[in-house]
Design a protein around this ligand. Structure first.
Ligand code: AP5
Length: 217
């Protein structure tokens, strides 16, 4: 059975950037819960209709909805063969429910990776983030700009800022993260699977540290 890994850390800490790379390296599914919710909003599915107001305000979508969404996904291939979960769990209840879901399938979390990043860096990263409207690839105006201004390198789609990267919404997201994250970190620390990674450096430096921490060459 493949690796089961979760990524924790504040908004803009680089969870998406690093978890995609690790997923490719380990050849396991990368599951980005925020992106699943944004896709649901784009397609106006029932989940999207409910989730929209929470994302717009920078608040967490109710546990019941997200747990159902993740539970459905993890019980089917490719995620049932191992996964990198990006943006889940975000509450202690989600962490406990994830453990139950895995136990039901005879699986176990191997690592809970915590990307530790200063608040100044987070603000700098989020205010200048760009996202492709077509394929969701992520760029940064200063640190990882596209080759051609405003155009996605991968698919040529248009690049814009994310709706929830407005300063007022970022402040709300950070406040909620500060309130909810400590119990989750304590939960995984007690289980002996919390791996702290300094996420303040350049992307390639963070990747190097991350691979060392999880024992990947
Ligand atoms: P989500 O999309 O998961 O947002 P988030 O956790 O706030 O994280 P971000 O995507 O903003 O940042 P990231 O850490 O992935 O950083 P990235 O790699 O993009 O969730 C959005 C919303 O969905 C939530 O607010 C909530 O409403 C809802 N939601 C999601 N999961 C939920 C759950 N479990 N329960 C309830 N609700 C849920 O990097 C950021 C920028 O920095 C990019 O521009 C990138 O290029 C750049 N960058 C990355 N690394 C570096 C580096 N090392 N140096 C310089 N720049 C870097």
């Amino acid at each position: 059975m493949g690796a089961h890994i979760v990524f924790l850390g504040p908004p803009g800490s680089g969870k998406g950037t690093q978890s995609v790379l690790l997923g490719k390296k380990l050849k396991v599914a990368h599951v980005n819960v925020g992106e699943m919710l944004r896709e649901a909003i784009r397609t106006k599915s029932p989940v999207g209709v409910t989730a929209r107001e929470y994302l717009d305000r920078g608040e967490l979508v109710p546990d019941s909805l997200v747990i159902r969404l993740v539970g459905d996904l993890l019980s089917h291939p490719p995620a049932s063969n191992g996964f990198i979960l990006d943006g889940f769990p975000r509450t202690l209840l989600q962490a406990e429910e994830l453990e139950k879901l895995l136990e039901g399938d005879g699986g176990k979390l191997r690592h809970a990776i915590y990307l530790r990043v200063s608040k100044e860096k987070v603000l700098d990263r989020l205010t200048l983030r760009l996202v492709c409207g077509a394929c969701s690839a992520v760029y940064h105006q200063k640190y990882s700009p596209p080759r051609e201004k405003g155009k996605c390198d991968a698919c040529g789609g248009g690049l814009t800022g994310r709706n929830d990267d407005r300063p007022d919404v970022v402040a709300r997201r950070l406040a909620i993260y500060e309130k909810e994250s400590q119990p989750i970190l304590d939960y995984y620390r007690k289980k002996g699977i919390l791996r702290e990674v300094d996420g303040n450096g350049r992307p390639e430096e963070v990747t190097r540290t991350l691979y060392e921490v999880v024992g990947v060459k």
